[in-house]
Write a protein that binds this ligand. Structure first.
Ligand code: FES
Length: 81
């Protein structure tokens, strides 16, 4: 599902398995080395991770371009960058 953007950068959503009731922290700054999840790299930036959870176990595609309008989920915006 990797696609090149108009700027030449390549963004790809990451498929993850999510467990019901577990708290997750989606990286909003793009600096995390543990994409798509926060690893604390946002410290000293204006960004904060987005906390989320799901109500049932499921597989989801999480955004890595950080431009989605449906964070933390990919909404296809990376194709327009
Ligand atoms: S990776 Fe698809 S909208 Fe960000």
């Amino acid at each position: 599902m990797s696609e090149s953007s108009n700027t030449g950068q390549t963004f790809s959503p990451i498929e993850v398995k999510l467990e019901a009731g577990k708290d997750y922290y989606w990286c909003a700054c793009g600096l995390s080395k543990s994409q798509p999840f926060c690893d604390g790299s946002h410290k000293n930036t204006a960004f904060t991770p987005k906390k989320f959870s799901v109500t049932e176990n499921k597989t989801a595609w999480l955004c890595t371009c950080k431009k989605t309008d449906n964070a933390p989920y990919c909404d296809g915006t990376h194709r327009k960058l």
